[in-house]
Ligand binder design. Structure first.
Ligand code: S5P
Length: 266
């Protein structure tokens, strides 16, 4: 199964150039931690990115929660991504018809396609969502340098995704002419897809298992990697709210990486 293979070997199987890049980055930098930088001030995000940069392979943003968003925020964030060697993912969770997502991705205040290596999208509208996103690219933002993670499951309790939706999401991620744009799948379990060239991104990770007040469900780093098939664990508040951010980020990195090493060694 894909979970027994190393990130290096999976890089060679990836159809998406960005997935290939990310798998290789994870293997070289030895980290499978993604920071969910869910803060509403640009400077606070940049500070977190600088502190956690050495320990992460990916930094995930929700730009629409940044109260003082500006172009210089993006320039500074990109500089930190280069300095510390991590990729940027805008967790936009696109969910509309192809034409609309194309505009939302390329236009507006945030011009996501200009700076985000990766974005997320729901599969609810069907495969036209992948085509719509690709349609926004061209010229400097070539489809070769961008990719999407499709949501096949969610961590929220009571979410409406069922087995059929999961299976069909897997088909969109692995079949058809646009699979080179699909870098991975956001999901909670290893049975979401089998193709080893895709990356499983799993949010809802915290050292203390449990729930928050708004339906978020948490599992430990070891559990998501060894039992649930996560290739990258996403940690937000587990790091953001820690009294020592650097130490905590390092500890999440260590635990996620050790779990991966145990997984591929068996
Ligand atoms: O199913 C999901 C998918 C995502 S991308 N559940 C999630 O929680 N997320 C995102 O992961 C969510 O939008 C947030 O940015 C992060 C989890 O943050 P935390 O603070 O709960 O760790």
């Amino acid at each position: 199964s894909r979970t027994k293979l190393t990130y290096e070997s999976r890089a060679n199987l990836a159809k998406s150039p960005v997935a290939k890049r990310l798998f290789n980055l994870m293997a070289t930098k030895q980290t499978n931690l993604c920071l969910a930088a869910d803060l509403s001030e640009a400077d606070a995000i940049l500070d977190m990115a600088d502190k956690c940069g050495p320990y992460i392979c990916l930094l995930k943003t929700h730009v629409d929660i940044v109260s003082d968003f500006s172009e210089s925020f993006i320039v500074n964030l990109q500089a930190l991504a280069t300095r510390h060697n991590f990729l940027l993912m805008e967790d936009r969770k696109f969910a509309d018809i192809g034409n609309t997502v194309s505009l939302q991705y390329g236009q507006g205040l945030y011009k996501i396609a200009n700076w985000a290596d990766l974005v997320t999208a729901h599969t609810l509208p069907g495969r036209s969502i992948v085509q719509g996103l690709k349609a926004a690219l061209g010229g400097a933002n070539s489809a070769k340098e961008r990719g999407v993670f499709l949501l096949a499951e969610m961590s929220a309790s009571g979410n409406l995704i069922d087995e059929k939706y999961k299976e069909n999401s897997n088909k969109i991620a692995t079949e058809g002419g646009d699979v080179d744009f699909v870098a991975g799948v956001v999901c909670q379990s290893a049975d979401c897809f089998a193709f080893p060239g895709l990356i499983q991104l799993t949010p809802g990770v915290k050292i203390d298992e449990g729930v928050d007040k708004l339906g978020q469900q948490y599992q430990t780093p070891e559990h998501v990697v060894k039992e649930r098939g996560a290739d990258i664990g996403v940690v937000g508040r587990g790091i953001l709210q820690a009294s020592n951010v650097e130490k905590t980020a390092a500890s999440y990195r260590d635990r996620l990486w050790a779990a991966y090493q145990e997984r591929v060694a068996k």
